[in-house]
Design a protein around this ligand. Structure first.
Ligand SMILES: Nc1ncnc2c1ncn2[C@@H]1O[C@H](COP(=O)(O)OP(=O)(O)O)[C@@H](O)[C@H]1O
Ligand SMILES: [Mg+2]
Length: 298
């Protein structure tokens, strides 16, 4: 008697769609570099001497309050041929395990550049950045890919969800390749979306889509959650609900969280506020009484 052919695993469809449409950062893939000859030479040179092949230990072994990241003289110059753009001019910074930091500054002050270097999406021109005493500036591409995949969650202004997958499936895409993930259902419960598991992105509001993106970022249990203007595309009411989700993740599972914004009103919810101006840290302030997101207004 003929047996029916084995069913194709559900992951096949997801993988195919992912390679087409998911941003590299979400999967921890290597950032694509422009294919100019001069750029290639720079990259080959930069790989020499980069020997670190793994980033250890696994997430969640850093005690709250201990230093998770340290940067010294962190410098980034974008060489645009005729002009050089000095995005970071020597940033000295500590980020402590478990804290919620707001990185505040006007457009062009270097916030995204700093976040991308911390997250292993970009590399510094000069200076040092360590993650748990491991030098990210000495990490090769393979080590950085592993670092992004297992240690870092990213949230961007635009949600980058896969339109043909439900909320649950969008989160599952990441949990399927993670080491110690939470279930998609648990991650979506943390952002208060248990009643939207089987909705497609087009059936969700902007704020709900951003909360799916947060669930996707935290489901792999990253040590750090890096958020670049997560409320930038949202009205204030919806933005506050998204900030509530971030605050809850930080409070309940202790994920070190960095939120970039140019909106000074958001600074009230941080443990610490780091102000960036023209590629340098202008000011670091600890909030003695941090506000709940519901108390913020803009
Ligand atoms: N990939 C890039 N190539 C060239 N210049 C860049 C690039 N990314 C950022 N810059 C420049 O670096 C500076 C800092 O940018 P960015 O880190 O994006 O600032 P922010 O996030 O605070 O708005 C800006 O002057 C910006 O134009
Ligand atoms: Mg930016």
């Amino acid at each position: 008697m003929a047996h029916p052919p084995p069913q194709k695993p559900a992951t096949g469809r997801r993988t195919a769609e992912l390679t087409e449409s998911a941003p590299a950062a979400i999967l921890g893939q290597t950032k694509r570099e422009p294919a100019s000859p001069s750029r290639s030479i720079v990259l080959i040179t930069a790989q020499i001497g980069k020997t670190m092949t793994t980033i250890s230990p696994a997430p969640f072994e850093t005690a709250p309050g201990t230093t998770l990241f340290r940067t010294r003289g962190l410098t980034k110059v974008y060489d645009m041929g005729a002009v050089q753009v000095h995005a970071l001019r020597g940033v000295d910074l500590e980020l402590f395990a478990g804290e919620l930091v707001v990185l505040l500054g006007p457009s062009g002050s270097g916030k995204s550049t700093l976040l991308n270097i911390l997250g292993g999406l970009d590399t510094a021109t000069d200076g040092a950045v360590t993650y748990r005493d491991q030098d990210l500036t000495r990490a090769n591409d393979e080590a950085l890919t592993e670092y992004r995949r297992f240690h870092v969650g990213f949230v961007f202004q635009f949600y980058n969800l896969i339109p043909s997958l439900t909320a649950r499936e969008n989160v599952a895409v990441v949990t399927e390749i993670a080491e110690k993930p939470m279930t998609p259902e648990a991650a979506l419960a943390l952002v208060d979306l248990s009643d939207r598991l089987d909705h497609f992105p087009a059936q969700l509001s902007g704020g709900q889509q951003q909360r799916v993106a947060i669930a996707r970022a935290i489901a792999k249990n990253p040590a750090v959650l890096l958020c670049d203007e997560p409320t930038g595309a949202l009205d204030s009411e919806t933005g506050i609900v998204v900030l509530e989700a971030l605050e809850r993740v930080n409070r309940e599972i202790g994920t070190t969280t960095v939120v970039i914004t140019h909106n000074a009103d958001i600074a009230g919810m941080a443990d610490r506020v780091i102000r960036l101006s023209n590629g340098l840290i202008a000011n670091v302030q600890r909030n003695e009484h941090k506000k709940a997101p519901q108390e913020l207004h803009w």
